[in-house]
Design a protein around this ligand. Structure first.
Ligand SMILES: Cc1cc2nc3c(=O)[nH]c(=O)nc-3n(C[C@H](O)[C@H](O)[C@H](O)COP(=O)(O)OP(=O)(O)OC[C@H]3O[C@@H](n4cnc5c(N)ncnc54)[C@H](O)[C@@H]3O)c2cc1C
Length: 484
């Protein structure tokens, strides 16, 4: 009896010491592998090395980049360049390979050609800073300004100024380094095949070194808000793009409560205001899409009442509150941190679907069938217009589309992950059935057959990647999961 209680006491002591972490092996820092992650926090990936390129003379930068590629190739290690690593499924991470980040800000506008030449690693807030000083603005970029410019090309992102296609449509030319260190200029007329493959090619063709991109005049814009039944939204949205040239930027929102998800919609259109005598105000890095404060946004998790309150605020109170006048640059210079998740056991996961406008009603019904049953908390949807893209090989908009960007809060448990996988798979199935597509930078939850159905040129893309990169130096999780 005494023996048994002593053993029990020892076991208890041992387990409490374990719980406190004192029995965990302590690996000396020098022996620890580098583990990198992306914005999902669900992609921990061991890497062999992480090279952060700092500003240096151009020939030195190129020589160092070639040195990294050669070293990785000699050991058959994959190479991946990432920028903000806000993709969510390991697209920006090389397993046991060489991760590269360009911490370099260089943006040179040229008024005569209405373009800016920009280093691949430059972030959008740095571009906006440079262009704002001369009254210009990037033609297309994402809704947040933390991302890298070459990364934007590599996912072929889109934004909410109208009437544009994805970012690639505004890139005039770029230089790309292939696996053997050769640098090739690419555009619609020079190495055009490589240009189309690399646009939305997730870094699998080579490393973009710099780009020449369209800019447009900065302007002052005033929002107009229209609340409507969700079934009326698509026609109204497309009508505003096609027949109202005064609309320069535009987005939509819908209600997200489980009981009546996607029954109401809000259309926000921005039109040009006269420039005041003192000129345009300088850009403020605040953004416009976060009228609802971060705290209210976050409080929606687990509270249908607060989801409803937020919708009332956004669709009724905000429109009444003030003019909302802002410059184009201030509207697009929105930091991701505005809606940042600080909960250690939850993570924000994005989905995005591109719908033919005439099938939008069926998309609403698919979401009403699937989303309320999900364990994940559905926090937000933003609707945008994306014009047809015939240029990129992995195009997600083979016709004009309504883009639905959806944000979920997922708990970081096996159950949370399984639920997200099933929800995504079910949504993709319904979207595919109505001729829509899904966006590739998020979680890799689509089945292979879904990926191949929605991206029918994937096999051709993979074959041409093998032509340009025969040693398969550029590999990431997107390649490993669907293309290898
Ligand atoms: C909060 C949030 C908001 C978003 N809003 C939008 C939006 O409005 N519109 C939209 O379209 N998307 C949007 N996205 C998706 C976003 O555009 C992608 O996740 C994009 O990848 C983010 O840029 P990044 O700098 O984080 O890229 P990373 O994740 O670092 O990289 C993305 C891809 O580009 C490749 N790459 C990076 N640099 C190079 C280079 N120099 N050469 C070759 N390949 C390279 C990487 O290898 C990787 O495959 C959003 C994402 C988040 C998290």
């Amino acid at each position: 009896m005494l023996l048994r209680s002593r053993r029990r006491r020892r076991l208890l002591l041992a387990s409490s010491a374990f719980a406190a972490g004192t029995l965990l092996p302590r690996i000396p820092a020098a022996e620890q592998r580098i583990v990198m992650n992306d914005a999902s926090r669900l992609s921990p990936t061991p890497v062999f090395t992480h090279w952060v390129a700092k500003p240096e003379p151009e020939d030195q930068f190129i020589a160092n980049l070639r040195r990294e590629l050669k070293a990785a190739a000699s050991r058959s290690r994959p190479v991946v360049v990432g920028a903000a690593r806000h993709s969510m499924g390991g697209q920006s991470l090389p397993r046991n390979g060489t991760a590269i980040t360009f911490d370099i800000n260089r943006c040179e506008p040229d008024r005569a050609s209405r373009t800016f030449r920009v280093h691949a690693g430059t972030r959008w807030y740095q571009v906006i800073d440079a262009l704002d000083r001369i009254g210009q603005s990037p033609a297309v970029m994402q809704s947040n300004s933390d991302f890298g410019v070459a990364a934007t090309f590599s996912v072929n992102a889109h934004g909410w100024p109208v009437r544009y296609g994805p970012f690639g449509s505004t890139v005039r030319a770029l230089r790309i380094m292939l696996a053997d260190g050769t640098i090739l200029p690419c555009s619609r007329t020079e190495n055009a095949e490589l240009f189309s493959l690399a646009m939305g090619g997730y870094g699998l063709l080579g490393i973009v070194v710099d780009l020449e991109v369209d800019m447009v005049p900065n302007m002052l814009l005033r929002p107009r808000f229209e609340r409507m039944d969700a079934t009326a939204f698509a026609a109204r949205f497309v009508g505003a793009v096609r027949s109202d040239p005064s609309v320069k930027m535009m987005y939509g929102r819908m209600n997200v409560t489980r009981a009546d998800v996607f029954t109401e919609a809000l259309l926000v259109t921005y039109r040009v205001e006269p420039v005041p005598a003192e000129g345009l105000p300088p850009v403020t890095r605040r953004g416009a899409l976060t009228d609802v404060s971060r705290n209210v946004y976050r409080a929606q998790i687990g509270s249908e009442t607060l989801k409803r309150a937020r919708w009332m605020a956004e669709s009724m109170a905000v429109p009444k509150a003030g003019s909302g006048i802002a410059t184009r640059n201030s509207l697009i210079d929105e930091p991701v941190s505005n809606l940042e998740n600080r909960h250690v056991q939850r993570t924000d996961i994005l989905h995005e679907y591109f719908l033919p406008p005439e099938r939008f009603g069926e998309f609403l019904r698919a979401c009403q069938d699937i989303i309320p049953k999900a364990r994940a908390e559905f926090l937000n949807v933003t609707l945008r217009y994306v014009a047809r893209d015939d240029l990129s090989v992995l195009s997600f908009a083979t016709t004009d589309r309504i883009a639905a960007v959806m944000s979920f809060s997922q708990d970081m448990t096996p159950e949370g992950e399984a639920d997200m996988l099933q929800t995504t798979e079910a949504l993709i199935e319904r979207v595919a059935a109505i001729g829509g597509s899904y966006y590739l930078p998020y979680r890799l939850h689509a089945r292979s057959d879904q990926f191949e159905r929605i991206y029918p040129s994937a096999a051709h893309f993979a074959a041409r990647k093998r032509h340009y990169d025969p040693g398969l130096l550029f590999r990431n999780a997107l390649w490993d999961n669907y293309l290898a």
